[in-house]
Design a protein around this ligand. Structure first.
Ligand code: ZN
Ligand code: ZN
Ligand code: FE
Length: 765
């Protein structure tokens, strides 16, 4: 045997995820001596032994990685062997420890086995976890990620737990939230006034209530959920009434994909995502007959959002419903319990996280509350992804992903970017890592503004970031822009305002590590334009120095300004007014304001204008009589997309024109107004618009000599539209890049703002 020695410097998510015990085990199995320790950049491994066995070790290191670990890079250096005798886990080089906090992770398979094993000491224990799973980000106050810094600090470990915690061969070695029935937190049930319900078992009572059609609040990882039996139409109706949520779809939870498969089609990618440690909600296409089984859950839409249980508490609800089965793989078989699991909050307010808050805010909505005494420190909504062909795309990035970094193409100055008005997130960068906050929500609520500030400070402290630039949206009146001014003052650094759609495209560039000039296709709701008008259907050239607006959608009139976002029929009326018989229009849009709008259009006053594609979709939904109003953002466009069902669209030439270099779809709208066959007309609309947009983009790509197109903005979530655009652009030899892990809507905007600043400062060109 020839003795060799190497040092491996491993980079990525390798701290706080059971990486060192994994390395230890591997080294022992491969009969290697050496050391492993956490250092400032990740983990440092020294190995000494047979060369072949070192090679096997390196192979297995990648292949058998613990579920929550992720290796970004491994640097290898040859060493002179020093005849070490054994393998040791050394304590961290604390002076330089990179103090990151992992994301929360769904209960792992090993813990599930124990949870359902009658003979295990954690049988039915609602807080079971290990190094591979459990709460992380949502319970951690500050760094280093250590038990005293978490909300588990008030639960000293019992002897058994402590011995697991200190044994490197144990699955719970350094599992910070480690607990058991003897030493850890517990659950209890209350009525909706917070009075404890004395019962033999909270889960038995809870499941009984759900079966009876009651609405229950359940404390989760990043906040409370409101739950009820999704098959019980009356329960769903009551929940809608009490929550004052007329039609916005509810997310569902089922035991496994086999159970959810009764209602939706789940492809392999979505299935893997549902079962992943991040366990997001995934929107999947409904199967025929689903609306009849799940009345009122997602009315008028082609998809339903499903998630699988990700906390032991949620698992125990299903276990109880299944009557505590003893066969070990019971949870892999279908179960007929489908729960509505919607964020527990009162009308747009932030998600409820604390016990008193739950009792105060939810008493009028739910009948029972399942509480526990492990505090949630960081509010974190469920993440939401969408199935897009074989791919998935994010709509909302929060629990399970935050604070995981996006790796940038280059290192740059530290930036804090404060995002936009809707679906706000902020982004903080350090070297080549960008950290996005969890989804904060719309900044029309004071409480969300407070939450934004808190989230920024939290990420800043966790990653020790001192900003060298602050970035924000160009819109001067956003709270996020005012906060950015405050931050720039506080740190005495430069504030850079970034145009909304420039940021949308830059976010896609950041995610795909593109630093060359690209053609940007920003298909969006609204964003403040350089000229002070509202933009949203933009063709941009973006490079590291900035952007140029090459073209846009023809401007549309918005009679009633902001009201148009909720009342798409107003835009439709304005577009159709001079092209369609007035009698017919009045009859179709018989609203109290119609005459006033008509008068406005014929007066000298000019209503606000917008080039937003989102608004064109609102108008099209109204013109086709699919939806005149939206009760939540994006409702009408989603209804319009859903209306097409599985029809194949026909391209209708000449209905979309280029007028003065701008894309004009007024004739297409007139056409929709006259169509009767809603499904086919919607399919034709998407096909025609998508193909026209692609041809429009191609013209400018050729003029600018660009081969890469980045597509982003809220409308990029429309699968029918983007699949047409993708098909067309690819057939023209262009490459299309879309947002994947960061939402294309305003939830990803802060990343783009930060990347614009970094590209400029680094003078990448
Ligand atoms: Zn586990
Ligand atoms: Zn214990
Ligand atoms: Fe936007």
């Amino acid at each position: 045997m020839s003795l060799s020695a190497v040092k491996l410097s491993v980079n990525g998510t390798v701290q706080g995820v059971g990486f060192r015990p994994f390395v230890f085990k591997l080294a022992v199995e491969e009969k290697l001596a050496g050391t492993v320790l956490n250092d400032g950049h990740g983990v440092e491994i020294v190995l000494e032994g047979d060369k072949a066995q070192i090679d096997t070790f390196k192979d297995r290191l990648i292949k058998e990685l613990p579920p929550l670990a992720n290796i970004e890079s491994i640097e290898e250096k040859r060493l002179e062997p020093t005849r070490l005798s054994d393998f040791k886990i050394l304590s961290s080089r604390s002076s330089a420890v990179d103090t990151s906090i992992p994301a929360d992770a769904a209960t792992c398979e090993a813990c599930l086995k124990e949870l359902f094993d009658k003979n295990d000491r954690r049988y039915r224990y609602p807080f079971i976890n290990c190094t591979h799973c459990g709460p992380r980000y949502t319970i951690t106050r500050s760094i280093p990620y250590d038990r005293p810094q978490t909300t588990m600090s008030s639960f000293p470990m019992c002897e058994d737990c402590l011995s697991e915690y200190t044994d490197p061969m144990e699955r719970r070695f350094h599992a910070q939230p480690n607990a058991c029935p003897v030493c850890g937190p517990h659950v209890w049930l209350t009525d909706n006034k917070g009075r404890e319900i004395r019962c033999s078992d909270p889960f038995t009572e809870l499941v009984k209530a759900i079966k009876e059609g009651k609405i229950v609040a359940i404390k989760g990882l990043g906040g409370f959920h409101l739950a009820c039996d999704a098959r019980n139409a009356q329960a769903v109706k009551t929940l809608r009434e009490r929550k004052n949520r007329p039609s916005k779809p509810f997310a569902l939870m089922s035991l496994n994909t086999a159970s959810a498969g009764e209602f939706v089609y789940i492809n392999d990618k979505s299935s893997a995502l549902l079962k992943s440690a991040s366990a997001p909600i995934v929107l999947c296409p409904k199967k025929p007959g689903t609306d009849e089984k799940l009345i009122g859950v997602a009315p008028g839409l082609s998809d339903i959002g499903f998630m699988l249980p990700y906390t032991p508490i949620q698992w125990l609800v299903f276990f109880e419903y299944a009557r505590r089965p003893e066969e070990p793989d019971w949870y892999k078989k279908p179960l007929d319990l489908t729960l509505v699991m919607t964020s527990a909050n009162a009308g747009g307010e932030p998600l409820v996280i604390d016990n008193d808050e739950a009792i105060n805010q939810l008493s009028g909505i739910c009948d029972l509350i399942l509480l526990h005494n492990r505090d949630i420190l960081i509010r974190c909504d469920d993440s939401v992804a969408i199935q897009k062909g074989e791919d998935t795309q994010f709509i909302r990035r929060a629990r399970g992903y935050v604070p995981r970094a996006v790796k940038l193409a280059v290192s740059g100055p530290s930036v804090i970017a404060t995002g936009s008005w809707l679906k706000n997130t902020a982004c903080l960068t350090k070297n080549d890592h960008a950290y996005l906050t969890q989804h904060i929500g719309d900044l029309d609520r004071a409480s969300n503004c407070v939450a934004l500030k808190k989230a920024i400070n939290h990420i800043r402290d966790v990653f020790k970031i001192s900003p060298e630039f602050i970035a924000c949206d160009l819109h001067p009146d956003f709270y996020s822009s005012r906060l950015a001014e405050e931050l720039a003052d506080e740190y005495d650094v430069e504030l850079i305002a970034v145009q909304h759609h420039h940021a949308h495209i830059a976010a896609v560039m950041a995610e795909h590590r593109l630093i060359e000039p690209v053609l940007g296709l920003a298909l969006d709701g609204v964003g403040y334009g350089l000229d002070g008008t509202s933009w949203g259907g933009e063709l941009l050239r973006v490079d590291p120095n900035g952007f140029e607006r090459l073209s846009s959608l023809g401007p549309m009139k918005l009679p009633g300004a902001d009201k148009c976002a909720r009342e798409g029929w107003r835009i439709a009326y304005a577009m159709l007014a001079s092209r369609v018989n007035k009698e017919k229009l009045f009859k179709r849009f018989a609203y109290p304001q119609t005459k006033a709008i008509d008068a406005l259009l014929h007066s000298d006053l000019t209503p606000p204008m917008s080039s937003s594609l989102g608004r064109l979709f609102d108008a099209a939904a109204a013109a086709l009589s699919v939806a005149d109003f939206s009760s939540y953002e994006g409702e009408a466009p989603m209804m319009l997309e859903s209306a097409a069902g599985d029809r194949l669209g026909k391209y209708l030439p000449d209905l979309v024109k280029i007028i003065d270099g701008k894309l004009d779809a007024a004739d297409l709208l007139v056409h929709l107004f006259e169509r009767e066959d809603t499904a086919q007309a919607s399919a034709d609309f998407h096909e025609t618009l998508g193909k026209s947009i692609a041809q429009w983009a191609k013209t400018y790509a050729q003029k600018q000599n660009l081969k890469k197109v980045c597509l982003s903005g809220g409308c990029a979530l429309n699968r029918r539209l983007t699949s047409v655009i993708r098909r067309e652009l690819e057939s023209m030899g262009l490459t299309l890049y879309e947002a994947k892990n960061i939402p294309p809507n305003d939830g990803g905007l802060s990343l783009g703002q930060a990347w614009v600043v970094i590209m400029k400062q680094q003078k990448i060109c």
